[in-house]
Ligand binder design. Structure first.
Ligand code: GAL
Length: 401
């Protein structure tokens, strides 16, 4: 009897730990991450300025919440007790104080580490220190952990990420767990119960459709990442997202390309993590990033990842079923010249078999809303006609009349 009770206790304890925190990231996380623009050149003042900008520029109001410090926030060595410490020069007040500042603005705070012995930039990784590091994050009031995959030699990815998941659970603070193993171990097959989001590719770079090689690895332009993975949309949903990487909006592409990039990340139900310098961002960049009607598509409560409907004649058409039988549609002009569209609703059967959704254009009429330009464009009784500039997007929402 005694043995059975002990066994039961052990099993129940095991079960408690073998879960991620539920109830987090019910819609894709919205935030900012330091890596794309600053790499390891980060500091306390920068982060405070970014938090201030979230409020000043209306980004908080648009829904952005997490401010995530990527690689480079730590000292090169742990302290004598093996604890991680913030770099005292870059972050003289320490992480708890920084978290407090960010929380005082009504925002949330994220940090980065790595499953390997060292992070990609050579700072102390969490391998062998998972529970200790998770306790540090909890004690600093961290809300989000991005967990990378450098220097992992022969570690098993699923196991390594489960260990950190369990460590976060044991530390007993709800922390969004962002898996970053670049899609190498197909996390969409095993990460649903491990993390809240997982990267699907290697690092993004600020170009429309390029690949930039660095020897053993490459950085990928926007369309390279979009086209890299097939058949993974079915695993995305509330609490578990395919992460198409931090955005490059405002980092050097044209305004049209930025709009299209942003539209696609919303359609893919990807986390929307800004990666630009908000202190110097142009009006057009902020307009794109804070476009509330577009963000609402990403944040739709069904959490269905959109899909490609067609890409004929250099016109990409993507669809995303939404709550209340509404649909989002993007038309992206891939040409180097502008294009006109003349879309006859009656000629198309639109459906999403995976999610059992269909858009009944034959028997119902839908209102059309232009989401970037906040305009009504009539309804589906007549053809949709528009001119779209090079690499630009028309993003609409259809709602039953
Ligand atoms: C990469 C990761 C990037 C960034 C970088 C930091 O592995 O994909 O997003 O975190 O490491 O060193």
């Amino acid at each position: 009897m005694k043995k059975a009770i002990i066994l039961l206790l052990l099993i129940s304890n095991f079960n408690v730990n073998a879960q991620k925190f539920e109830g987090l990231a019910k819609t894709p996380p919205l935030g900012w991450n330091s890596w794309n623009t600053f790499a390891t050149d980060i500091n306390e003042q920068l982060v405070k300025d970014i938090a201030d900008k979230f409020v000043e520029l209306g980004l908080k109001d648009a829904g952005y919440e997490y401010i995530v410090l990527d690689d480079g926030w730590m000292s090169k060595e742990r302290d004598a007790n093996g604890n991680l410490i913030a770099d005292p020069i870059k972050f003289p007040s320490g992480m708890k104080a920084l978290a407090e500042y960010i929380h005082s603005k009504g925002l949330k705070f994220g940090l980065y580490n790595c499953a390997g012995s060292k992070t990609c930039a050579g700072y102390p990784g969490s391998r062998g220190y998972e529970y200790q590091d998770a306790r540090s994050y909890a004690s600093w009031d961290v809300d989000y952990l991005k967990y990378d995959w450098c220097n992992t030699s022969k570690l098993n990815a699923e196991g390594a990420y489960m260990t950190m998941r369990d460590a976060l659970k044991a530390a007993n603070r709800p922390i969004v767990f962002s898996i970053c193993e670049w899609g190498d171990n197909e996390p969409w097959k095993w990460a649903q119960d491990v993390g809240h989001l997982w990267r699907v590719s290697g690092d993004i770079i600020n170009c429309w459709d390029c690949e930039v090689g660095h020897g053993s690895w490459s950085s990928w332009g926007v369309w390279k990442i979009i086209n890299m993975r097939k058949d993974i949309r079915k695993v995305a949903g509330p609490g578990h997202w395919n992460d198409f990487d931090m955005m490059e909006v405002g980092n050097g592409m044209t305004d049209a390309e930025d709009r299209s990039h942003f539209a696609m990340w919303t359609m893919l139900a990807s986390p929307l993590i800004m990666g630009n310098d908000l202190r110097t961002a142009s009006k057009e960049t902020i307009k794109t990033l804070s476009s509330k009607e577009v963000i609402a598509i990403n944040q739709d409560k069904l959490g269905i990842q959109g899909f490609r409907f067609s890409n004929e004649n250099d016109l990409e058409i993507w669809l995303k079923p939404l709550d209340n039988d509404a649909w989002a549609i993007v038309f992206i002009n891939m040409k180097d010249t502008s294009t006109t569209i003349n879309f006859d609703w009656k000629k198309h059967d639109i459906g999403d078999d995976i999610n059992g959704k269909s858009l009944d254009l034959k028997n119902s009429v839908f209102r059309i809303r232009d989401l970037f330009n906040h305009k009504n464009l009539g309804n589906t009784k007549s053809n949709l006609k528009a001119e779209i500039g090079t690499h630009d997007v028309l993003m609409i929402k259809l709602e039953k009349e």
